[in-house]
Write a protein that binds this ligand. Structure first.
Ligand SMILES: [Mn+2]
Length: 338
């Protein structure tokens, strides 16, 4: 997104917020630190200026993110008699179905729509007659960075709570300032957030060093399944419903497992193949440098970023694994598959 266009869209978005009275704010399902951080930061801001709003998430709050200030504002209930007099704010995703069951309905009913996202892809605003503003900027390290810039455009004061939510989003979406989306302006943003009251040590402890034992036990089982293909260029880890049951752990606890597969020295592409319920398979893909895993995921109806993406399909996990290996092979320029 060009700078001028970004600035113009930001202005339009701030007008939409100033003029709106009632907002339904949501993000992609199985929300991560950026999805929740963006929602909560916006919630704090809307509350401060006296706007009515709902922060909707159909999922249970992931335990590891429950430290974020303002989680009591989240709800999984949308009033049944919903007038269409609301602004839908879609965060950290741009497809109306990404928030889960309610997504499409909210998108249909909304009087106007605002989308803030940093994933690759086009928003649904083309051809819309109502106000539909989408700011999709993959150059941003996190959606919360766009939120922060929007708050500045609105001249909202940024509280310690808002700063902490945004810092959490930035820290988690950059993998602790390690991923390729970490740039000069990421550190500038982080510096400003710390100045505004975010506590880097406490947030880092909460994000990375408060794992439930069940999660580490499950990670142990997952690591047992680690295998490599194409001379070590592709690594794959697998999780079955039985493993979840054995460890008493939840799907939300596996969000960073794929990074262990990616950490193998020879690896370019890593995949975590996870059968959460019998027949329901979700796959996380990561790459280090040259493979666009968002494009890989799009072959299965998914999407994401250049170096981090995923998809969810129904089917046999063994068959899906075979397909992932075959597809990865075409990206890793191999003549034959193992
Ligand atoms: Mn994000």
């Amino acid at each position: 997104m060009k700078k001028v266009e970004f600035k113009n869209q930001l202005k339009a978005a701030s007008e939409l917020i100033k003029n709106g009275d009632f907002f339904i704010v949501t993000a992609h399902e199985r929300p991560d630190g950026d999805a929740l951080g963006s929602m909560l930061a916006l919630g704090h801001g809307l509350k401060e200026v006296g706007k009515e709003f709902i922060l909707y998430s159909g999922d249970e709050l992931p335990k590891g993110l429950s430290f974020m200030p303002g989680t009591s504002m989240l709800t999984s209930n949308i009033p049944e008699k919903l007038t269409n007099d609301f602004v839908l704010v879609l965060l950290d995703c741009h497809e109306p179905e990404r928030p889960g069951d309610m997504g499409q309905e909210l998108f249909k009913k909304a009087a106007s729509v605002l989308i803030l996202d940093h994933h690759l892809g086009e928003g649904p605003c083309d051809g819309e007659e109502r106000t539909c503003i989408s700011i999709i900027d993959p150059s941003k390290c996190a959606t919360a960075q766009i939120c922060f810039e929007l708050f500045k455009e609105l001249s909202w004061p940024i509280s310690k709570e808002m700063a902490s939510c945004i810092y959490t989003a930035v820290l988690t979406d950059t993998g602790g300032f390690r991923y390729s989306n970490t740039k000069e302006d990421t550190f500038e943003l982080a510096k400003e957030l710390v100045r505004l009251g975010a506590n880097p040590y406490e947030i880092a402890l909460s994000c990375f060093e408060t794992k439930p034992l069940s999660k580490l036990k499950l990670l142990g089982l997952a690591l047992e399944t680690l295998e490599v293909h194409f001379n070590g260029l592709l690594s794959i880890m697998t999780l079955t419903p039985q493993m979840f049951e054995l460890c008493g752990s939840k799907e939300s606890e596996t969000d960073d497992f794929v990074s262990y597969a990616r950490a193998v020295d020879t690896v370019e592409v890593a995949a975590l193949i996870k059968e959460t319920k019998p027949g329901l398979v979700s796959v996380s893909l990561r790459s280090k440098r040259f493979v666009n895993v968002a494009e890989m995921a799009s072959h299965f109806g998914g999407g994401g970023h250049f170096n981090a993406a995923g998809f969810k399909v129904e089917g046999n996990p063994k068959e899906i694994k075979r397909q992932v290996i075959a597809l990865a092979g075409t990206y890793l320029n191999k003549d034959s598959y193992e």
